[in-house]
Ligand binder design. Sequence first.
Ligand code: ATP
Length: 239
Amino acid sequence: MSLLELKSIVVRYGEIEAVDGVSLVVEAGEVVTLLGSNGAGKSTTLRAISGLAKPASGDILLEGQSIVGLRPEEIVRRGIAQVPEGRRVFPGLSVRENIMLGASNRRGLKKSEIRREADEMFDLFPDIRRFADALGWTLSGGQQQMVAVARGLMAKPRILLLDEPSLGLAPVIVQAVFAIIAEIRRRGTTVLLVEQNARMGLSVADRGYVLETGKLVLSGTPTQLWSNEEIRAAYLGGR
Ligand code: ATP
């Protein structure tokens, strides 16, 4: 049984069919990357999984159990955490407080334990350790992305959903963020990643899917995807 399975998911915004019959699987331990250009429906697919967008039809199974219709908090509690596009770090909270918020789904934890776990996150994100007490707004884009990922991990998810972690970041910072994604996988967390940057997105992936105007047009290993010239030119930008 797959850890996560989407079966013919359809999500509409009014007349727009943002996601049009998407079926995909994510196996435990994998990094799976969802590629596609602007507006292809990548974010909406993630939002459907995390319960933020309601599918008009289709099913989403977590270890064989349907999670469609559950509230987003319940979906987090069952083990799916989303790091949204745009990072959304709270500007008036410290970095540590921002990270601690990620544990709000885990009942019965003492604040001191959450704080200790948040501080342990800095082992994975050494670049932000010295900003633990700094306010969110003082951070650079790359540092904010790291805080957002750390916050997602505080939920102790079985699957981490990452929406465009490279967006707006300088190349060297993008490299650092992707090194962290590889490390997260090594530590045993499954990752479903949305990326426009195909080269980076596939560099850490076991498998990838390509979305175009709401429909999946291709799937395969990174090598298979890169070897398809037509697809490479059309969807992967040849980058
Ligand atoms: P991006 O990288 O730009 O976020 P994407 O592949 O993630 O692109 P989506 O954000 O999922 O694409 O958008 C898919 C389609 O749904 C687009 O046509 C978009 O304009 C539309 N859409 C997305 N969100 C909404 C919304 N809240 N209301 C109306 N239409 C929306």
